[in-house]
Design a protein around this ligand. Structure first.
Ligand code: B3K
Ligand code: ZN
Length: 900
């Protein structure tokens, strides 16, 4: 531990539970101020374990009664646990507990809480202990029977996991419902809902002929926004059965939307609870990105039913067992849903952009941790991009190494071995390898598993040399990985490098390695497992252009040493769409970095501009792909490449290059915009979304140009489009074009937008976010964010609303946030402390925006450190925020210790 202030839980300290809970009978008398919980636990002793006290977790509860086998039993409280020193002897006993809790005061949104006029729960990771005393750990799996009692008029809908077995009336206007979940589950998957809701319902028949009821519950008035969620759920059920042979195992599958929620959604068995943001979508109120988000989160939570619920985690260090695998599954689903090869590539590019934007910085900063962490102070801080997104990349690499069919067989073996169990990441990797004994994975399994154990992003360097006489091309790959906190030295990783070679004219070459009899396919996977390895390709007629890490086959950085000319060949011809995009990004990135570090003027050269023009007009490329290529790498991604970051400089350089693309391609943008005009009925398809995205980019470029030239035509057209739009993607696109170019019409448009959508919370979030993300101009954006904090529609209590303003500013608007006068950091420190008093999980997330403070140039760096220290000095911080700021400040000590 770096500082004595936070207590760490360590993976190596894991002990199997000495007691198991076979069944639970829970009764709730629901009242906002005081809910009574009575719990009957059938507890079994592990015959192997030494006699010991029973210790139950409990947090913020009022204990009313404890009985063991119907008799009173002595107990005490110790370290926040309820300890029964002498539980009844024998194999098993019945423990009865009565306690109360206070849902309306639960602003943490963990455990049982009220939102609007209803009751909702969130138990992962350790929220169940805030409802009643329990062995609140994932390796204790029990069968639940749950009775809910509540006022019928206020809470007509009473839901819990599993099947409804009984319901009826009670005295005094109350009613009850009894639910039984036949599948043993850990407490983190428990859920209940009591609220005034309505449901969209759909009966489906799965392959086995079984009938199931699907329900999406929302507030009255929101039913017309649930069609997409229901369609996404049906598609997910069908896909999991077809691709992995995994059927829906419940008679009833419910999704409930709630407005106050800390994250996206939660996979409670049979009763998924969702942030409204990932359920509600109509063309008029949700963008294409929102529609896609609904589809992917509905799928993700549904897929957890097998990867997470049927097979769960032994302990929270294994979180990626379910999260990495389920993200991989939802990514594959989204690709399959998106259509043809280029739409799939678009999805892959988006996933990689996300990984680079969040996970790479995390892996290089003070919160760097392995996919399977070794320790934590607060488990909620470890629902990270590393556990989720890098974890998904690790699963993807396994699939690459064993092949698609091999992976499916590996999954089947995993379920055959472990269904109904709480297991580890090792168990998963072993099953995939055992099902493919001759695969590239199986023979290197131990080395491959370093991906679970070692933090940090490996850096791969590739250099090629061509021998004209011998017609041989030698490709040499090297890897290294910088130290991470607590991990000064790394062993080499097993890195699958999918690759191909292109001739100078762009044609793909058939690949033949030295020692092979014949040329083979034009793409293959090399496995880099040593610090340095070389491969010799024979029968190569001329110096080729290597296309490496196709489809982003491993989560690494790649220095390919290519020239601009070679990159232009790849951009124009690579058969791998991902690398085509990537070479365009690398061309842009090298220019951005050179200018941001003062090594070159921020002047775009003709070759680059012409290449972009060629992409824009290319008849064979999809609009969605063009839009991705034409977008410059984000300020955050540029910053990650630099040793020392001046956020104002990065912003200025990127804006300048954006303006040059707006000006030099002005006629092209106008032509593209006209070409994309359409009256097609809205569909959230990849193809349509791509056209809308490109049209929005064109419009924003045209408005940006107008800002310089003073020409009122394009802002006028943008305003018109904003007013007339029939869908939110176009409306918001036009509004953004106005706001981002600081057009005069931006203010009236913002006012009109607010008036139109004042009663739609999710759309209001967009209104706040848009203003907080506007390009900074002399401090006005920052001042506006501060003013918006006082807007009657603003509240820090609702996580979506808080994120819309604060995360937009601090994560997505570096130039407005990183101010030379440090006002942004002062504001950040105050908000972190203010939110921490209500909702530590949300506060800790906000705290993390300062992770990379050590990279900042002065005066930002010193001021940032001071702001973090100010938060750290607050005595009554939550363990969540305490862990983040402690690690942020301790980083230099760790790096100094790690230096050779
Ligand atoms: N498993 C939940 C996340 C729970 C987060 C707890 N702090 C959602 C998901 O990954 O599907
Ligand atoms: Zn998940």
């Amino acid at each position: 531990m770096r500082e004595g202030t936070v207590t760490l839980v360590r993976r190596e300290d894991y002990l199997a539970p000495a007691f198991r809970i076979r069944s639970v009978d829970l009764c709730f008398d629901l009242e906002p101020a005081k809910t009574l919980v009575s719990s009957k636990l059938l507890i079994e002793r592990d015959a192997q374990a030494a006699p010991q006290p029973l210790r139950l977790h409990g947090e913020g509860l009022t204990l009313l009664r404890v009985l063991a086998n119907g008799e009173s039993v002595s107990f005490r409280h110790e370290d926040g646990m309820l300890v029964i020193d002498h539980p009844p002897e024998g194999e098993s006993f019945l423990l009865e507990i009565r306690n109360s809790c206070c849902p309306e005061k639960n602003t943490e949104l963990s455990g049982l809480y009220t939102s609007g006029n209803g009751f909702f729960t969130q138990c992962e990771a350790e929220g169940f202990r805030r409802i009643t005393y329990f062995l609140d750990r994932p390796d204790v799996m029990a069968v639940y029977t749950v009775t809910l009692r509540a006022d019928k008029a206020k809470y007509p809908v009473l839901l819990s996991n599993g099947n409804l077995v009984e319901q009826g009336e009670l005295a005094a206007g109350r009613h009850y419902a009894k639910w039984h979940d036949p599948f043993p589950k850990p407490s983190y998957l428990f859920a209940l809902v009591a609220a005034d809701l309505v449901a969209r319902e759909q009966k489906i028949r799965t392959r086995s002929g079984r009938e199931h009821l699907l329900q999406v519950f929302v507030r009255r008035g929101d039913l017309d926004k649930t069609e997409h969620a229901m369609n996404s759920l049906i598609a997910s059920v069908v896909w999991d059965e077809a691709r992995f042979g995994l059927p829906l195992d419940l008679e009833r599958f419910m999704i409930v939307a709630v407005e106050d929620f800390n994250m996206g959604a939660m996979e409670n068995k049979g009763l998924n609870i969702f942030n409204t943001k990932f359920v509600l979508a109509s063309p008029a109120t949700a963008t294409d990105i929102d529609f896609f988000g609904v589809e992917s989160v509905v799928a993700h939570e549904y897929f957890h039913n097998w990867t997470g619920n049927r097979i769960t985690c032994r302990d929270w260090f294994q979180l990626s067992l379910k999260e990495g695998l389920t993200v991989y599954r939802d990514q594959e689903f989204s690709m399959d849903m998106s259509g043809g090869a280029s739409a799939r590539a678009v999805r892959r590019i988006e996933d990689v952009r996300q990984l680079r934007a969040a996970q790479f910085p995390e892996d290089a900063g003070p919160m760097a941790h392995p996919v399977r962490p070794d320790s934590y102070a607060e488990i909620n801080n470890f629902y990270t991009a590393t556990v989720y997104d890098k974890g998904a990349e690790v699963v993807r690499m396994m699939a690459t190494l064993v092949g698609r069919e091999g992976f499916r067989q590996g999954m089947s073996l995993y379920f055959a071995r472990h269904d109904g169990q709480a297991v580890t990441c090792d168990d998963f990797a072993q099953a995939i390898a055992d099902a493919n004994p001759d695969s590239a994975l199986s023979v290197r399994l131990d080395a491959f598993k370093r991906w679970y154990a070692q933090a940090g992003t490996p850096a791969v360097t590739a250099r090629g040399s061509y021998d004209a006489e011998g017609r041989r091309y030698t490709l040499t790959l090297q890897q290294r990985c910088a130290p991470s906190p607590g991990q000064p030295v790394k062993q080499p990783f097993v890195i699958p490098v999918a690759m191909g070679l292109l001739a100078g004219d762009g044609t793909s070459l058939a690949l033949q390695l030295e020692g092979e009899d014949n040329p083979g396919a034009t793409s293959r996977v090399l496995v880099l497992e040593q610090p340095q390895q070389s491969w010799v390709f024979v029968n190569v007629d001329a110096a080729p252009v290597p296309s490496l890490l196709r489809g982003f086959s491993a989560p690494v950085t790649l220095d390919d040493g290519l020239t601009d000319a070679e990159r232009l060949v790849l951009l124009a011809h690579d058969s791998d769409a991902f690398n085509r995009w990537e070479s365009g990004q690398k061309l842009a990135l090298s220019r951005l970095c050179a200018a941001a570090s003062g090594q070159a003027p921020a002047q775009l050269d003709d070759a680059f501009v012409e290449a972009m023009r060629a992409v824009l007009h290319h008849p064979g490329l999809d609009a969605s792909f063009k839009e991705l290529v034409l977008q410059l790498p984000s300020e955050g991604y540029v910053a990650e490449q630099l040793a020392v970051v001046d956020p104002q400089q990065v912003h200025a350089v990127r804006e300048s290059m954006r303006r040059q693309l707006a000006e030099r391609l002005h006629a092209d943008w106008a032509a593209i915009y006209e070409q994309l005009a359409t009256h097609e009925a809205y569909e959230p398809s990849v193809a349509q979304a791509g056209r809308r995205a490109l049209a929005n980019l064109a419009l924003s470029m045209l408005c940006l140009h107008a800002q310089r030239s003073g020409d009122p035509v394009w802002p006028g057209r943008a305003y018109q489009r904003f007013k007339d739009a029939t869908n939110m993607t176009e409306r918001l696109g036009a509004l953004s074009a106005l706001v981002e170019s600081h057009a005069e019409l931006a203010e009236p448009a913002l006012a009109k937008f607010h008036a139109l959508f004042r009663n739609d919370a999710l759309v209001l979030d967009k209104w706040f976010a848009l203003q907080a993300r506007a390009p900074e101009q002399e401090g006005r954006v920052f001042a506006r964010v501060k003013a918006l904090m006082k807007h009657p529609d603003f509240s820090l209590r609702n996580p979506n609303r808080a994120r819309s303003l604060l995360f937009s500013l601090t994560m997505f608007n570096p130039a407005a946030f990183h101010r030379a006068d440090a006002a942004g950091y002062v504001f950040w420190a105050e908000r972190v402390m203010e939110i921490d008093a209500m909702n530590p999980q949300l506060a800790a997330r906000l705290a993390r925006v300062m992770d990379r403070w050590r990279k900042l140039a002065e005066p930002y760096r010193g001021a940032a450190r001071e702001a973090i220290a100010r938060v750290a000095a607050k005595p009554d911080l939550s363990s969540d925020v305490r862990e983040i700021v402690t690690r942020a400040l301790a980083d230099d000590a760790v790096e100094a210790a790690a230096a050779p």
